[in-house]
Design a binder for this molecule. Structure first.
Ligand code: JHZ
Length: 410
């Protein structure tokens, strides 16, 4: 597969590398027991800054079918925090946009219907788009009409012809997942009503860098966004970044961008754009020493776990997350260190983490085995996980959080 040579957003060829995580397996390509003996396919994971439009991106283009159809077991509904966040988002949209049965809401990457079911229950027309077959099926089972395809200009035209223009388009954690970025955003512009609203959520690259969240870099995520790079992207398609909201506790720091066809930029959007400028998020220097800091996390985490093992301690991990795959493969943690990984997602049980082949078990395994330490790979859900595992802690178990700096939770 050839490396990308020009920015997928603005086509500038001035791409400046600042981080290499080596060659890693696809993060959601969990391995079944009968395939453990087979060689694992790995891909280079190199990150660059575009001097043209400031968009941070990876160079490798793994085909989306391989990422999201053949190897995708992520179901949004396994997190209570995410379900609450989605419900609040839907309720706010229903009230602020005065949505009713004549309105149309479209969600791109609607997954298992975790968000759209909140519109359906209010009798509002809702259409989900998601190419992942099991998730699309789960969405239909909760009453969410789902088109099982990748989104772009072509599908947008067909949706508009069938359902009319969309009053609201929601795109949560998907604008990072599309190699043909301008086709995706062009599709949004095509489908959106002239007075419609788009909300896009994605982790904020400023938090990624400030908090050392390098493990959220993997092949499903082609891009790492700032307000600055989103503003440039949507303007190219005749739309405007009008408002921004910040959710510091969601996926390590998430921004929700409000985008529309009329320019009406809020003071909050201006404030965050300015904040990015002051912090230098729009310059290469902001990223330059990130690789060095990531290396330090690797060394520290290895040292910490090696000391536990040298003392005869037992270690497990929590969360067979995509980011967990980057963490384990980059740091080099396998079955010599970790006995198993637990996860609530039943589709992942009985499988093994990509590359390192650590087995995945139900969360009950923590009380059955009572390891001395649990490395939280899904650290974005630390509070939720620690609350759930109160009994493990009561019996003397301890949690390790790997970022921003590896530390045992007190
Ligand atoms: P989680 C996913 O990344 C995939 P991942 C995707 N690429 C993306 O963009 C980001 O999200 C935003 C489990 N769990 O959400 C569920 C428990 O077991 O951090 C998941 O398997 N118990 C679309 O995979 C994993 O942990 C719990 O209590 O890095 C978390 O994965 C909770 C809360 C979660 O995302």
């Amino acid at each position: 597969m050839p490396d990308v040579v020009a920015c997928r957003s603005c086509e500038s060829t001035e791409l400046k590398p600042f981080l290499s995580l080596g060659h890693t397996p696809l993060p959601d390509a969990l391995v079944s027991a009968d395939r453990l003996g087979q060689a694992c396919e790995v891909f280079p994971l190199d990150v660059v800054f575009c001097a043209g439009c400031t968009l941070v991106q990876i160079l490798e283009d793994v085909p989306p079918e391989q990422l999201f159809v053949d190897n995708y077991l992520y179901f949004s509904s396994f997190s209570d925090q995410l379900l609450r966040h989605a419900k609040e988002h839907a309720e706010t949209l229903i009230a602020s946009r005065e949505l009713d049965s004549s309105s149309l809401v479209v969600e791109l990457a609607s997954n298992d219907g975790y968000l759209l079911k909140n519109f359906v229950s209010h009798g509002i027309r809702a259409v989900g788009v998601d190419p992942a077959p099991d998730q699309a099926q789960a969405a239909r089972e909760v009453g969410v009409t789902t088109v099982e395809e990748f989104f772009g200009v072509d599908l947008a035209r067909r949706l508009r012809a069938e359902h009319g223009p969309a009053d609201v388009i929601v795109a949560n954690n998907v604008m990072a997942h599309v190699p043909a970025l301008n086709d995706f955003v062009g599709g949004i512009a095509e489908l959106l009503a002239d007075d419609g609203l788009v909300t896009v959520e994605n982790p904020w690259v400023k938090d990624l860098v400030d908090n050392g969240e390098f493990d959220t870099i993997y092949h499903e995520h082609f891009y790492y966004y700032s307000c600055t790079s989103v503003d440039a992207l949507v303007r190219r398609h005749g739309m405007y970044l009008n408002h921004v909201e910040y959710f510091p506790d969601l996926h390590g720091g998430t921004l929700r961008w409000h985008i529309g066809k009329q320019e009406d930029v809020s003071s909050e959007a201006r404030r965050v754009l300015l904040l990015e400028q002051k912090a230098g998020v729009d310059t290469f220097e902001f990223y330059a020493d990130f690789g060095h800091r990531v290396e330090q996390t690797k060394v520290k985490l290895r040292e910490m776990l090696e000391a536990v093992k040298a003392d005869g301690g037992r270690v497990a991990a929590y969360g067979a997350a995509a980011k967990g795959s980057t963490m384990l493969n980059y740091v080099g943690l396998g079955t010599e260190t970790l006995d198993f990984v637990v996860d609530r997602n039943t589709y992942k049980h009985g499988k093994y983490m990509p590359g390192v082949h650590v087995p995945i078990r139900p969360t009950e395994a923590l009380l059955e085995e009572q390891p001395d330490y649990v490395l939280i790979l899904a650290w974005n859900f630390t509070d939720e996980i620690v609350r759930q595992q109160a009994e493990y802690v009561r019996r003397g178990g301890q949690f390790i959080r790997p970022v921003p700096v590896p530390a045992v939770l007190s």
